[in-house]
Design a protein around this ligand. Structure first.
Ligand code: CU
Length: 183
């Protein structure tokens, strides 16, 4: 029986004028590239981002909570690459009965936090950071407390960009800032 299927040796042998061999080379290159991407994403598990329309959400993170805690914070950065403003309207997650957008501030020398009503504007071409001490998301009446090293899902809803599914990376109790490694 004649064997017309190229052997591995022939695939790697010089045959650059043969389109069949050239496409195999291209496929190998793509496979190697895909593996490299997998490796990079495994290394940068905390360097994650999500996109919907003109909205980009970078590095959602949260903190593990002390035993019995009823609330957990959520932090991230939102960029609007579009030419019109958008508005973060709401947040929902299976880890808590409800979730709100909060603002932290000092009132009469006391740190307070209050729900933001009417949503949070993300200006055209602008960037809004939700971080400890300022705007933040608050997961209330926790059903599954966030555990350090794990991720949990949540959905952010924007006026124009619509619903965006994101994953929050859970850091240690009391982490002051996101553990970003390569961005
Ligand atoms: Cu809060």
């Amino acid at each position: 029986m004649s064997n017309s299927f190229p052997s591995a040796a022939r695939v790697f042998a010089p045959g650059r004028n043969n389109p069949f061999l050239r496409s195999l080379e291209a496929q190998l290159a793509i496979a190697v590239f895909a593996l490299a991407l997998l490796f990079v994403s495994a290394q940068g598990v905390f360097a994650h981002e999500f996109k919907a329309g003109d909205i980009k959400i970078e590095h959602p993170w949260s903190r593990a909570t002390p035993a019995g805690a009823k609330v957990a914070g959520g932090y991230l950065t939102i960029t609007n690459t579009g030419s019109s403003s958008d508005r973060l309207l709401s947040i929902a997650s299976d880890i808590s009965a409800k979730a709100e957008l909060h603002e932290m501030g000092v009132k009469d020398g006391v740190m307070t936090m209050r729900p933001v009503t009417g949503g949070l504007e993300i200006p055209a071409g602008g960037k809004v950071a939700l971080a400890p001490g300022g705007y933040h998301l608050m997961f209330m009446d926790l059903k599954q407390p966030p555990k350090q090293g794990e991720m949990f899902a949540a959905t952010l809803t924007f006026d124009k960009a619509g619903a965006v599914k994101v994953e929050f990376a859970v850091q240690a109790i009391g982490s002051p800032a996101p553990q970003e490694d390569n961005h």
